[in-house]
Design a protein around this ligand. Structure first.
Ligand code: SAH
Length: 336
């Protein structure tokens, strides 16, 4: 099977999939994400999206959408922070795209008191202006990997040899969609691409172009994927992606160029998470929160601020790209 099929089954098999069987972010989980590090992350993202809503003077109902909401923490922080934006809560409907039945239950508990609609995929989102956030969602979408051979590509595939999962190469084929990668690769180089990620980006981008709104996509990755970034994490440690299918988190770096090419809407420049959060005022927010904290709580708060923004932590590894309609402004934090 292709790497994409393997990744899809390992993560989302209804019975044995990694996300179907656990809350990877909970106590004793495998990894931690920005909204779980500090409430400031979701607050600032909520306010950025609300400001796009104000800037575009969107009238009538609007869908506040999160792709892959994990524990629901980011959405809860966004909703709390935007309570004071006049008229916003009267207009927004909350829509969550989540494939894991287990995590839907966690989200329901976190978002108690709010009316929430769940979706299996972006296709069933309502035909409304969309305010979308996706944090560490695209990195979980299945990727394909190909190895260059002349002007063609051999796909890396997972197979079985003597009872062990191994990676092998399929026969070389020409892939027209990768023509631009013949310019910056040589024989033997690995290129990754994600048809699913491009479909999702194209789907939300088309609605934003047609109906208005904005999307904020936050993930680790870069402009154009280079080499093998397929990785597995279990218990905060890197492990062999073939060793324990369904037991480890599988991810790949996000190729933001591919998302930019897939959306028919406008897209902002790729901006580092540190710069994005600083522009949205994280330092002022951190200082305001610090006033009521002391001792260990204050130390943890200072460390969380640093973790989200410092170049040696998540500040530059994570990038942000925004989608917005023709004639609109890039979402706040992503100005050129
Ligand atoms: N955004 C959250 C969680 C990131 S983990 C946070 O920042 O904490 C990835 C999330 O995406 C999980 O909720 C997982 O169940 C969901 N997910 C992964 N692949 C998906 C898919 N193909 N369709 C829908 N949801 C998916």
């Amino acid at each position: 099977m292709t790497l994409a099929e393997y990744m899809g089954i390992c993560l989302m098999h209804p019975e044995h999939g990694y996300y179907s069987t656990r809350d990877p972010l909970g106590a004793g989980g495998d990894f931690i994400t920005a909204p779980e590090i500090s409430q400031m992350f979701g607050e600032l993202i909520g306010l950025s999206l609300a400001q796009s809503w104000l800037n575009q003077r969107i009238n009538g109902p609007v869908a506040l959408v999160e792709l892959g909401p994990g524990r629901g923490t980011l959405m809860a922080d966004m909703l709390r922070a935007t309570r004071g934006v006049p008229g916003f809560h009267d207009s927004v409907q909350v829509h969550l795209v989540e494939a894991s039945a287990h995590l839907r239950q966690v989200q329901e508990a976190t978002l108690k008191g709010h009316v929430v609609t769940w979706h299996d995929s972006v296709e069933s989102l309502p035909d409304l202006p969309l305010l979308v956030v996706a944090n560490e969602f695209f990195d979980a979408l299945p990727i394909r990997q190909v190895v260059r051979k002349g002007d063609a590509w051999c796909e890396r595939a997972v197979g079985l040899r003597e009872g062990q999962l191994v990676i092998g190469l399929n026969e070389a084929t020409v892939i027209p969609a990768l023509a631009h990668r013949l310019e910056d690769t040589r024989d033997g180089d690995i290129v990754e691409f994600s048809p699913v990620a491009q479909m999702v980006a194209g789907g939300i981008g088309a609605r934003i172009k047609a109906r208005g709104g904005a999307a904020l996509i936050i993930d680790y990755g870069d402009w154009r994927a280079q080499g093998d970034t397929f990785q597995a994490v279990q218990g905060h440690k890197s492990v062999d992606p073939l060793a324990s299918p369904g037991q480890a988190d599988l991810t790949a770096h996000v190729d933001f160029e591919a998302l930019a090419q897939a959306t028919p809407s406008r897209h902002s420049r790729l901006t580092t998470q540190g710069v994005f959060l600083e522009r949205l005022g994280i330092t002022a927010r951190a200082q305001a929160l610090a006033v009521s904290l002391q001792g260990d709580a204050l130390d943890a708060h200072v460390a969380a601020h640093r973790r989200l923004t410092d170049p040696s932590e998540m500040g530059t590894l994570f990038k942000v790209m925004g989608f917005y309609p023709d004639g609109g402004y890039p979402p706040p934090g992503l100005e050129p």
